[in-house]
Design a protein around this ligand. Structure first.
Ligand code: HEM
Length: 422
């Protein structure tokens, strides 16, 4: 039996058939007796066990993100060796301490309100009027807009005077697609994170294009923008540019993927009806003046967490082995690599349920763990939550009119997901 919906499995297969087989195999292997950590020819060490994965992600002495097998290794080839310190050395610690307050629950809600209120209101109106909304495209537009506002991407110089205010939906889509091209360069890195000279040149051009606005923003932008805040937090231009690159690659496709896939899961599993009931109950409690306990999620926040668990858009996390180490009874040698099958580890708790309580075993492994735990987690949650509130906030259920999958991409995703009121 499939561990999730057939549409979800289809997305994994269309994205990368080989990786889909590894992820489904990881899920099956967890249910069979045998070691939780295995060596697979061509891949290195592989685990689908959430506890082993968290142990590895928390052991910064024995595992590295910058060694062969980690994303830092990719970035060092593109941006230069200074990245190594920023990703894993004392520079990383400094960066994380300074940037801790960049994406809090409060600032994330403000960012979403600021950059998204227009397009979300349009989508809600369209649904009310009986029209369709392509949620996959909408998610790309929204994430593109977020990147433009976070990174201060300026309007292109050759823009005709008198054209619509920057950015239009098409501008936002163009920025999203440029970020996507950068991520695609990492596509071939499942076997090795060494880039060819051609890939390095292509990646550098994209980075230059996307970070065009960073120097000016870092110098002049007000303190309530991300770039201005980076300056005020004492981050230099080089660190700010490095962080901008990270945000672009880490926070675009992942968020867009989670938004469309959580929408589809809610409809496909019928769980949208449970969500609507729970949202109604929340509204009644609120009207009666009842206050939720601290940290207790509302109906939408719970569905967001469950969507992240079941989709796990960053389906695999890689690390290099920095020093000989024993994990789960196996000896890993310096220079080897390890893949954590995050999707398989998270899906083990069962199929999508809008009201599933917090799963202790996986915690929030979809955002990683340890010192590289997703910096944008609060923003990602706010983004998905804002979309779900737009789609279901009127208390009406939705149907899926049509859909198609992205092919040959790093992050499994919908190319189109057209919905309408049921
Ligand atoms: C659903 C959406 C998202 C998912 C599933 C996700 C997942 C992850 C994961 C698994 C990691 C750890 C990678 C590793 O350890 O190798 C990570 C790191 C990171 N993420 Fe996210 N992410 C999402 C959205 C975002 C957003 C919206 C942003 C910011 C705009 C962001 C910024 C970052 C950054 C900067 C890092 C690197 C942190 C470090 O190395 O210290 N992410 N993310």
């Amino acid at each position: 039996m499939l561990p999730t919906t057939r549409h979800e499995v289809d997305l994994l297969r269309r994205a990368r058939p080989g990786m889909a087989a590894v992820l489904l195999g990881g899920h099956l292997a967890r249910r069979l007796p045998g070691p939780p950590l295995r060596k697979v020819p061509g891949l290195g060490w592989v685990t689908a066990d959430p506890v082993v994965a968290r142990t590895v992600l928390g052991d910064h002495r024995s595992f590295t993100i910058v060694g062969e097998g980690g994303v830092g290794h990719l970035w060092a080839q593109i941006l230069g060796d200074w990245v190594l310190d920023l990703f894993d050395g004392p520079g990383h610690h400094d960066l994380r301490s300074r940037s801790r307050e960049l994406f809090t629950e409060g600032s994330s809600a403000e960012l979403v309100d600021g950059a998204w209120s227009g397009p979300l209101a349009d989508a809600r109106t369209a649904l009310r009027e009986g029209a369709t909304v392509d949620v996959a495209r909408l998610a790309r537009v929204l994430v593109g807009r977020m990147m433009i506002s976070l990174l201060g991407v300026p309007a292109p110089v050759d823009r005709a005077p008198g054209t619509e205010a920057w950015p239009t939906d098409d501008d936002a889509l163009a920025v999203f697609e440029t970020g996507e091209r950068l991520a695609t360069i990492a596509l071939g890195s499942a076997g090795s994170t060494h880039l060819s000279p051609g890939q390095v040149v292509a990646a550098r051009e994209i980075v230059a294009e996307l970070t065009r606005g960073v120097p000016a923003g870092w110098r002049d932008a007000p303190g309530d923008t991300l770039l201005g805040r980076c300056r005020e937090l004492g981050l230099g231009l080089e660190e700010t540019t490095g962080l901008a690159c990270l945000l672009m690659v880490a926070g675009t496709e992942t968020s867009a993927s989670a938004m469309a896939r959580t929408t589809a899961l809610l409809v496909d599993t019928g769980e949208q009806h449970r969500l609507l009931d729970l949202m109604r109950a929340d509204a009644e409690h609120e009207a009666a003046g009842q206050v939720r306990g601290p940290g207790e999620p509302d109906a939408v926040e719970n569905a967001v967490r469950e969507g992240l668990r079941v989709t796990s858009p960053a389906s695999v996390i890689g690390r290099g082995v920095a020093a000989d180490v024993e994990v789960a009874g196996r000896r890993l040698a310096e220079g080897e690599r390890i893949m954590m099958l995050v999707w398989s580890a998270n899906i083990g708790a069962g199929p999508f349920r809008a009201d599933r309580p917090y799963v202790r075993e996986s915690r929030q492994l979809w955002f990683g763990a340890g010192r590289h735990l997703c910096l944008g987690a609060a923003l990602a949650r706010a983004e998905i939550g804002a979309l779900l509130r737009t789609l279901w906030g009127d208390g009406e259920s939705l149907r899926i009119v049509s859909r198609s999958a992205q092919r040959e991409v790093l992050i499994p995703s919908y190319r189109t997901l057209v919905v309408a009121r049921a």
